[in-house]
Design a protein around this ligand. Structure first.
Ligand code: CFM
Length: 556
């Protein structure tokens, strides 16, 4: 077996039994009925970085399996568009959908003087039974009018939830009429929760809507030749601010971060940039592609999670702009930042080296955060996305071979063409061919598998049962995951780093964020508190289950 397990540190769990990736996979699968087993077998694979195996991703979760996934509405309203802080977001549906996408802690905004911030509000049409029976369009029209009178926003976005799609309310007509009546930009998203197999469908719907209704509204010449957009960065825990500060320090201006800490006007102007860099490939590759076709803005993948990855990303941006002054400045900033980060990293590494991590997060973090762990000498033994597609695992090279199934066909593919007036290649042919000679790549996401060790275990859309088996047999020292399984993991004696909204931690992006992360992981994996937890499979007797005695029943 290729994974070299060192002795455990902070965790009280006994040392691993030496189960190989294939044996652990079998152990996970054997509890399933045949049909379930056959499907899950395609989604749990021992890794081969040189030749990534084909994974069954972006397919329906089998009912009954405890998944971490969210819905299409969550991906559209909650993830991609929700963070735009100066437009009003109205959820058309029952109050619960709106309540659970309320941005109380997830997305942060620092409005400049004169800018609005509506993130603290939770706006919903609060559909009732009679709206389901007789239709909710009038209620939606009234809600839009009310929101306009109260807030006078620049734009209003309306989101459809499951019941809206089921009863057939035409939110787009309601928006069109309201737009004419009120004279502001109003648009709707048919992002009913059931539209796709996960929140991933919601990303695509959101990208389409933002592209159609916001991008390209304001043409404006940019003065700084080094002007970019950061796509797929949502300012969780202030990450976008870290990235923005770092880029500005280098002399690079960001027009828009889509969609973290961003305003309507920034999105309306972002097509004037000279480059798009992509953080979260899964959620925003559609936008990067569409902006390139329509406006001629090239894109490539970056990763500002991890100190070495941040330095690498900065260097790639500098290489693209092909300017000596910028390149020198970038090197200067990297040297300054690394001088601060390196001592923290070296110190933390002495206590974390050789420990094991496992990551099960969304559609990009399970990959990105491996770099932070490897910075401090920790190895990722298992990882997987909740809802990413094959390209996020195996690399974009497999895109032409991905079969489009009925679920994906459900989501509109916009027909985009070069804009007759505004399409403009952002770099000359001469620079482009120079870059090609240097081995520079665009559209270049190689996926998670190539960065992981051979015989690590890749698990797509992991279930609670599989997670439990992983902990029991491979005993990771830390698991990066989400709130749905955080406490299950911790009850098994393993610390869980919550990577969706970071709980109260962060930022973790760029150099300052990396140092925060190292310190936090150090505290987690080396804390003696985990020694006090006995995982369920080591308990001699199960936890007592209260028994309903006759006296107890009588006492009620
Ligand atoms: Fe992209 Fe995201 Fe993620 Fe995502 Fe998400 Fe998220 Fe995530 Mo939670 S856009 S794929 S749909 S990086 S909300 S900010 S943390 S699952 S890994």
């Amino acid at each position: 077996m290729d994974i070299d397990f060192p002795p455990t540190g902070g965790n009280t769990l006994p040392p691993p039994e030496g189960m190989t990736a294939s044996e652990l996979r079998d152990e996970m699968l054997k509890a399933y009925p045949v049909k379930t087993l056959r499907k899950r077998a395609k989604q749990i694979l021992p890794n081969d970085p040189d030749s990534p195996p084909e994974i069954g991703a972006n397919s329906r979760t089998i009912p009954g399996i405890l998944t971490q996934r969210g819905c299409t509405y969550a991906g559209c309203r909650g993830v991609v568009i929700g963070p735009i802080h100066d437009i009003v977001h109205i959820t058309h549906g029952p109050v619960g959908c709106s309540y659970y996408s309320w941005m109380t802690r997830r997305n942060l905004a620092r409005p400049k003087p004169g800018q609005a911030n509506f993130l603290q509000y939770c706006m919903t049409t609060d559909m009732q039974e009679d709206n389901i029976v007789f239709g909710g369009e009038k209620r939606l029209a009234a809600a839009i009018r009310e929101a306009y009178e109260l807030f006078h926003p620049k734009a209003i976005a309306v989101y459809a939830t499951c019941p809206v799609g089921l009863i057939g309310d035409d939110i787009h007509s309601v928006c069109r009429i309201a737009k004419e009546e009120l004279g502001i930009n109003i648009f709707g998203f048919s992002c009913e929760g059931y539209k796709g197999v996960s929140q991933s469908a919601g990303h695509h719907i959101a990208n389409n809507g933002v592209f159609k209704h916001m991008v390209g509204l304001v043409d404006e010449p940019v003065e700084n030749p080094f002007t970019i957009n950061v796509l797929g960065e949502y300012n969780i825990g202030g990450d976008a601010w870290e990235i923005d500060t770092l880029l500005r320090k280098c002399g690079i201006d960001v027009i828009g971060t889509l969609s973290g800490a961003v305003t309507y006007d920034e999105i309306a102007r972002c097509h004037n940039a000279r480059l798009n860099v992509v953080m979260c490939h899964r959620s925003i590759n559609y936008m990067a592609e569409m902006m390139e076709v329509k406006f001629g803005i090239p894109w490539f993948k970056v990763n500002f999670i991890g100190a070495d990855s941040t330095a690498k990303s900065l260097r790639k941006i500098a290489q693209y702009f092909d300017n000596k002054k910028l390149t020198d400045r970038v090197e200067e900033v990297i040297a300054q930042e690394m001088a601060v980060v390196r001592p923290v990293r070296d110190d933390v590494k002495t206590r974390c080296i050789g420990k094991r991590a496992a990551l099960f997060v969304g559609g990009s973090r399970a990959h990105h955060y491996q770099d932070l762990f490897s910075d401090i000498g920790m190895e990722t033994v298992s990882a997987g996305y909740e809802f990413a597609h094959r390209d996020d695992y195996e690399g974009r090279a497999v895109l032409p071979t991905i079969k489009v199934d009925a679920d994906s066909r459900n989501i509109e593919e916009l027909k985009v063409e070069p804009d007759p007036e505004r399409f403009q290649p952002r770099i000359s042919d001469k620079v482009r061919s120079k870059l090609t000679k240097e081995g520079f790549t665009f559209h270049d996401y190689e996926g998670m598998m190539r960065d992981m060790k051979k015989e690590s275990l890749i698990i797509d859309d992991i279930s609670h049962h599989e997670l439990e088996k992983l902990i029991e047999h491979w005993k990771p020292h830390v698991i990066a995951s989400g709130i749905k399984d955080k406490y299950v993991i911790e009850k098994m004696g393993v610390p869980c780093k919550q990577l969706h909204n970071y709980d109260y931690g962060g930022p973790y992006a760029a150099f300052t964020g990396a140092a925060n992360f190292y310190r936090e992981i150090d505290r987690m994996v080396n804390s003696p508190v985990w020694n006090y937890v006995t995982p369920p499979w080591l308990k001699k007797t199960p936890d007592a289950v209260p028994v309903e005695t006759e006296e107890a029943v009588a006492a009620h």
